[in-house]
Design a protein around this ligand. Structure first.
Ligand SMILES: Cc1cc2nc3c(=O)[nH]c(=O)nc-3n(C[C@H](O)[C@H](O)[C@H](O)COP(=O)(O)OP(=O)(O)OC[C@H]3O[C@@H](n4cnc5c(N)ncnc54)[C@H](O)[C@@H]3O)c2cc1C
Ligand SMILES: NC(=O)c1ccc[n+]([C@@H]2O[C@H](COP(=O)([O-])OP(=O)(O)OC[C@H]3O[C@@H](n4cnc5c(N)ncnc54)[C@H](O)[C@@H]3O)[C@@H](O)[C@H]2O)c1
Length: 448
């Protein structure tokens, strides 16, 4: 007899683990399958190791700046293997905690690839078949690599965490989150970085002023940009380096090429067709506001649905699904005012409408307030790097409908400010709040 579960979750990443845990806490008998490592993209090869590399890389600037604060660091050297291996060890520790969470909640873990077999059956790569009343697909997404001759010589973000060494020259394809975050990491660690973008804009969807400021600062730090450029051919040379034949810019010679050209849902060979689960153009599973597919007992959350590819969103979707289906609590996810950040050097963070979105929605009477300043730490350090904060305010009711920032610790500051935007607070209430001095975040209540 096949083992039978109330819920079978495919994919132990951000969305799947949360859904499994909450369903189990509501009394459901739950199993989860993971084909690679428990924790998923965020923990194993996304947010967490990426952020640790961002911290590691930023020491390059701190060590430069510390001289003006009286510190004399005579010998400076960087050991990539040490950073890489310490990050990997931290990831191992976190994976262990995730496995512990599953065990503590009596969730059966199958370390196997799972596919839909038809009806309520799930096939596992171990050869077993199990059945479940409800199936949640939380298989995430994977890097998309454009079809360019020689693309197999390039790397994707997954590979960065195990590089044998930091490449001396690296080209990064794409102008989004991953391109800008990894450009910052490699640049700080001493690589000569070129971002190659098919359009002339980086970070589509972010406030224009923040994008411009990041571009300006990145150029000052030595990152090069090739805009309106695409790859014709990638050729590996005898010494292992790559020759990039380009359209739109000069050919390049690099030690590594990183494709950061978006992520596509992992829906291939999942058996979706056996049940007739509906997918969209990019292979994403189509779901309604309750994460229900067109098949009664099949649900999907997280990146595989291509709604908003962020960990806290996948977690919310998984939680809402489990509460609704197993806890008798009717719950959907509110997608308004999701805060977001790019962990570049310096980072960008934003919530709510950009200035141009607000102007489109409310007309040209929209009010904006900006503060363009140099953090006092940068002033003493002699670092000519300016921060920029912007409040976007509704033209008639005074509500702050967007906050956008670039500067040191912007994501840390923005998370708190996002509460105010979510709560619909007015500019006057920002003004009424007394500044906390001396901080960077006080600029938020001092813009007039
Ligand atoms: C480099 C990088 C940096 C990122 N940084 C951030 C960040 O700073 N902040 C942020 O919010 N988001 C970030 N993200 C995005 C974030 O990681 C994802 O949005 C999030 O992990 C999505 O969660 P998920 O549960 O949908 O899928 P995932 O976490 O990808 O989990 C899916 C799991 O399913 C498994 N799987 C797939 N198919 C099968 C199968 N058939 N059987 C069994 N198992 C299967 C996979 O191995 C994987 O473990 C980053 C992503 C990347 C790549
Ligand atoms: N800090 C964070 O929260 C964070 C960090 C990393 C990733 N993520 C998530 O992961 C997702 C994937 O990140 P990403 O940076 O790969 O995607 P992205 O969507 O941010 O950027 C993709 C870039 O690739 C370009 N592109 C797409 N197809 C192309 C093609 N065929 N040829 C050339 N260029 C092409 C796009 O123009 C864009 O500039 C993001 O959407 C984001 O949700 C979040």
């Amino acid at each position: 007899m096949a083992q039978h579960f109330d819920l079978f979750v495919i994919g132990a990443g951000s969305g799947g683990v949360r859904a499994a845990r909450i369903a189990a806490s509501h009394g459901a008998k739950v199993a989860i399958a993971e084909e690679y490592r428990v924790g998923g993209t965020c923990v194993i090869r996304g947010c967490v190791p990426k952020k640790l590399l961002v911290y590691g890389a930023h020491f390059a600037e701190d060590l430069e700046d510390c001289a003006r604060f009286g510190w004399d660091i005579e010998a400076r050297s960087f050991d990539w293997a040490k950073l890489r291996d310490n990050v990997a060890a931290e990831v191992d520790r976190l994976e262990g905690l995730y496995q512990q969470t599953l065990a503590n909640n009596d969730i059966t873990l199958f370390e196997a690839r799972a596919t839909l077999k038809g009806g309520k059956e799930i096939a596992l790569s171990t050869g077993e078949t199990v059945t479940a009343e409800k199936i949640l697909i939380a298989v995430g997404a994977r890097p998309f690599v454009p079809n360019v001759p020689g693309a197999e010589h390039a790397i994707v973000s997954n590979d960065v965490f195990s590089l044998p060494e930091i490449p001396k020259r690296v080209a990064i394809a794409g102008g989004g989150y991953i391109a800008n975050e990894f450009a910052g990491i490699f640049n700080e660690l001493g690589s000569k970085v070129t971002i190659v973008n098919r359009s002339d804009k980086i970070l589509r969807g972010y406030d224009e002023s923040m994008r411009e400021r990041l571009l300006h600062i990145s150029l000052t730090k030595g990152i090069a940009f090739a805009f309106n450029s695409t790859f014709r051919k990638i050729e590996k040379q005898d010494d292992g380096s790559l020759h990039l034949s380009m359209d739109g810019c000069d050919d390049m010679h690099v030690d590594a090429l990183l494709f950061a050209t978006g992520r596509i849902p992992n829906t291939e060979n999942l058996g979706l067709e056996t049940l007739g689960v509906e997918t969209g153009e990019r292979g994403e599973i189509k779901v309604d506001e309750y994460s229900r597919t067109n098949i009664d007992h099949v649900f999907a959350v997280g990146d595989v649905t291509d709604r908003v590819q962020l960990t806290p969103v996948a977690i919310r979707e998984g939680h809402a699904f489990a509460d609704t289906q197993f806890g008798g609590i009717d719950r959907t996810v509110d997608y308004d005012n999701i805060p977001n950040a790019v962990f570049s050097h310096p980072p960008i963070a934003g919530v709510g409408m950009t200035e141009s979105e607000a102007r489109q929605a409310f007309g040209n009477q929209v009010k904006t307030y900006t503060s363009d300043f140099r953090a006092m730490k940068n002033v003493l350090a002699g670092r000519n790097e300016r921060s920029l904060y912007k409040l976007v305010v509704h033209p008639t009711d005074d509500r702050v409908v967007g906050i956008h920032m670039i500067g040191p610790e912007a994501p840390e500051i923005l998370q708190a400010a996002a509460i105010a935007v979510k709560a619909g607070l007015k500019k006057q209430q920002f003004d009424d709040t007394i500044a906390l001095h001396p901080t960077m975040s006080e600029e938020l209540v001092l813009m007039r």
